[in-house]
Design a protein around this ligand. Sequence first.
Ligand SMILES: Nc1ncnc2c1ncn2[C@@H]1O[C@H](COP(=O)(O)OP(=O)(O)OP(=O)(O)O)[C@@H](O)[C@H]1O
Ligand SMILES: [Mg+2]
Length: 266
Amino acid sequence: MKTAAEVCPLCAGTGWKPVPGTPDGGVKRCDCLLRARGGALIAAARIPKRYEHCELSNFDFEGPLSHLEHARMAAYRFVEEYPVDKTGLLLIGNAGSGKTHLAVGIAKALIQEKGIECVFYDYADLLKQIQDSYNPSVQTTELGLLRPVFEAEVLVLDDLGSVRPTDWRWDTVRLILNTRYNDGRTTIITTNFPNKPPGKPGGKPAADDEDDSPPRASAQDSSDQVKYTLGDRIGEPMRSRLHEMCRIVKMEGLDYRKKFKRARFV
Ligand SMILES: Nc1ncnc2c1ncn2[C@@H]1O[C@H](COP(=O)(O)OP(=O)(O)OP(=O)(O)O)[C@@H](O)[C@H]1O
Ligand SMILES: [Mg+2]
């Protein structure tokens, strides 16, 4: 049994604290519960080490980055309105425009402020893990691997379309995103590819396009033309489904890696 000193004075141990000024005695999750849950949720969120520093509060949006103010606002609004509004976000922009930073910042804010379970997956890594876990003798994929992808309350899917499409990849991404959509779960997606229909007949790369490199390599330099569209990389039906699942946030602009980090540390 807890002593009076151990019981949280805000919620008296219920995990819910009153919200002052709400007409019919509104409550929200208590800070003590969020603190206790937050550490475990952050550890389980699979945020890669190189993005651990990413927060909404350290996302620059001033001066030469003022074009990012609307994206930052959309991120704060998303956190504030979740889970009343569960529509996801599709962050679209060139390499280094801050898409992953913002997506990770949102996930961390949801965890810390609302105790929401979020998991991060890089698209290419996820497809590879699924492929590697496939057991041909029983024709199944390890369910333990897929469960968090299907069931996490919020999934961050980073770099959608970053690997060359194949039928298997299209089927897999369709299964993941449709399952989450049908189950009313929220997905935050980042991509480098312009939000346009397929530029090539049928949406699949032509035989002479069989290289895996173009999105990142060509998109690294914003002056280069991006070779493919989002429709090319995930198929038009899936691209159109994303418009039902997500609000589009455009983040085209400077490559922060090139223009700012270097300037700061030399
Ligand atoms: N507006 C910003 N404020 C602070 N840091 C930023 C901003 N934009 C980018 N960064 C930093 O620059 C680096 C690259 O950003 P990020 O990985 O988010 O870009 P990206 O758009 O996801 O690029 P890519 O398409 O290559 O994945 C990260 O370390 C990130 O923290
Ligand atoms: Mg990224």
